[in-house]
Design a protein around this ligand. Structure first.
Ligand code: G
Ligand code: G
Ligand code: MN
Ligand code: NA
Length: 255
């Protein structure tokens, strides 16, 4: 009701923002990518997490225009940083189920890249296993069409969906993101450690990049490094930050 009307206006009123969380190469310590994360500043309720409004946006279909805004804003930002002479980083953008199923996604991605001038290889689209499992044949075709544009594909929250591993063979995937629930307890729960180890080994053997999410402690980092994880994302390095803060970090890295 109220939230729905608010969300409808949020775009026009400029209440949506993106924050950016660094993805850091474990070996070099350099930021190689960032994930764009959506925030809504509601005039009365203050900051609202996407976890609470994305489901509403999905139900109402508002996710389609909102998702397009996210994509355009993130791509324009990545391009602006490059034009400012900062070290180029890959920009990861989350897609929701509805956007993925909606027929115009490929056209939208193509158009946004053309309009912003960002090279396709700098854009990574994050989708969940659930999205791919609902309609596999359509998903395979969709991913191949996206790959043909030249963008990267990441599987988000990997390990939490009900998928068979067979799809890793059929789908053109560049990156697996290990779900943060496995990272959280990987130093205390042997089963979680085993799962993390197995996912890293699987990704490496399939030549897929692997990103560990939700890394908060040095000990987790040491474990992930020893197991051969390429990239980490988490509060240990950085929470999501504003565009200005992220720019400062890139500037430091380029210096
Ligand atoms: O950003 P956290 O910090 O709160 O994100 C909460 C949830 O919202 C996560 O599952 C994340 O994937 C999702 N999310 C964040 N930004 C976006 C977005 O731009 N689009 C979609 N579809 N989901 C997003
Ligand atoms: O679902 P997805 O992976 O897209 O969303 C990433 C979510 O993880 C966001 O809500 C982001 O704010 C959160 N996040 C990022 N780093 C950490 C971390 O180190 N610990 C925890 N608990 N959450 C994190
Ligand atoms: Mn994500
Ligand atoms: Na995730």
């Amino acid at each position: 009701w109220k939230l729905e009307n608010g969300l409808r206006q949020a775009l026009e009123l400029g209440e949506l923002r993106l924050v950016y969380q660094p993805q850091v190469d474990v070996r070099t310590g350099l930021m190689t990518g960032v994930e764009a994360l959506l925030r809504w500043h509601h005039p009365e309720l203050g900051w609202i997490s996407p976890a609470s409004f994305i489901p509403l946006a999905e139900e109402t279909g508002l996710i389609v225009p909102i998702g397009e805004w996210v994509l355009r804003t993130a791509c324009a930002q990545a391009k602006a940083w490059q034009e400012a002479g900062l070290p180029p980083v890959r920009m990861a953008v989350n897609l929701s189920a509805r956007q993925f199923q909606e027929g115009r996604l490929v056209e939208t991605v193509r158009r946004v890249l053309a309009e912003t001038g960002l090279e396709p290889r700098f854009l990574e689209l994050e989708i969940t296993e659930g999205i791919m499992m609902t309609n596999r044949d359509q998903a395979v075709e969709m991913l191949h069409r996206l790959k043909a544009i030249g963008v990267k594909i990441a599987i988000d929250d990997f390990g939490t969906g009900y998928s068979s591993l067979g799809y890793l063979k059929r789908f053109p995937i560049d990156t697996l993101k290990i779900d943060k629930s496995f990272i959280r307890d990987c130093m205390d729960v042997p089963e979680d450690a085993a799962i993390v180890r197995a996912i890293i080994a699987l990704a490496r053997n399939l030549n897929i990049r692997v990103v560990a999410e939700g890394v908060e402690h040095r000990r987790q980092l040491a474990f992930l490094f020893a197991e051969g994880c390429d990239v980490i994302q988490g509060y240990l390095y950085n929470p999501p930050v504003s565009p200005v803060e992220l720019e400062g970090m890139l500037r430091q890295q380029g210096a």
